[in-house]
Design a protein around this ligand. Sequence first.
Ligand SMILES: *Cc1c(COP(=O)(O)O)cnc(C)c1O
Length: 422
Amino acid sequence: MRIETKCIQSGYSPENGEPRVLPIYQSTTWKYSSTEHMGRLFDLEENGYFYTRLANPTNDAVAAKIADLEGGVGAMLTSSGQAACFYSIFNICEAGDHFVCSSSVYGGTFNLFGVTMKKLGIDVTFVDPDSDEETLNAAFKENTKAMFGETIANPALVVLDIERWAKIAHAHKVPLIIDNTFATPVNCRPFEWGADIVVHSTTKYMDGHATSVGGAVVDSGNFDWVASGRFPGLTTPDESYHGITYTEKFGKAAYLTKLTAQVMRDLGSIPSPHNSFLLNIGLETLPLRMERHCSNAQKIAEYLNGNDKIEWVKYCGLPGDKYYDLAQKYLPDGSCGVISFGVKGGRAAAVRFMDSLKLAAIVTHVADARTSVLHPASHTHRQLNDEELAAAGVTPDLIRLSVGIENVDDIIEDIEQALENV
Ligand SMILES: *Cc1c(COP(=O)(O)O)cnc(C)c1O
């Protein structure tokens, strides 16, 4: 099936007489008639539901759809994108370990990795994603366990050279984890370029309507944990789970099974089945919405680019953008609906422009059906100092415009009237 069909059909196939639409299994638990049957479920000897933190039919159907969209062996839903990013690393890193991360990542991820995970004894080195090979190689250490980056960085809009990063990660015997939130699998499938694990904040385009915070971790099944020799958590018995060795028992699904059976079991950031139901409805129209987000954003980027009140525009669909060539390679059908730009007059002009908008709303959120706008230096990235802001590719005048799926002329007229007030 092609991706538009998968968005509609994957994950749930009702049998004769069953509901056409994926039901919401809003139940924490399942009933069994024998002690022994339940015991087999706990031993992972038999498939079956018993507790929603570990598995739930609504969550699983949506996870299966996302896995299919990315071309992975399986996926696990989480209650937020933050949880997905944390779990993707924590599944293979423990105190004393280290990983390498692009410095152009979402502000929340930057803080999670650089501050909170350090408190757990997991160290990170942030690297400029465009660094040459020598610089990237120099970031790796004996205890490095993963490499992490975003397909299109939020909000810096840096396009990652995934294929190059995958080669470097693999040369160091570690997996490449890609946050594919902004591109979505409609526009880029990182596994096709060598990435091993994909994470999502489903809160953004996948949900698409700003109703539910959520996340997902998808496993390609391609990374050879045994050959790497760096991942005893996957290749030696887990005493907390009946002495199971994940790679022996689950093969290509080793990472995903450990993620569910150990990390989710213990940390518990599971989404509500009701939220997964809403996410599934969002996924059904994802290809249509991405097409419109991208065509609207392209027109608006071109409009801003030609406007003399605008200092600069970043959108990888603009010829001349630093990432235009990488976008042509990785995102040939479109990138995302997010544009960043600076209004002439710096921080003060940015604030005046934003306060003058009528249709575009000031919200923290990004990547939903409604056009919205944000000033990262005063909002999402306000925890970062100027040096960290620069490293994350965020200047004080940067405005992040998340172009919605309204009529593009209405959005342009709103921008035009707001610019008149600057
Ligand atoms: C929003 C976002 C996150 C965090 O996701 P939440 O769902 O808000 O927890 C992670 N990565 C990227 C790229 C994001 O845009």
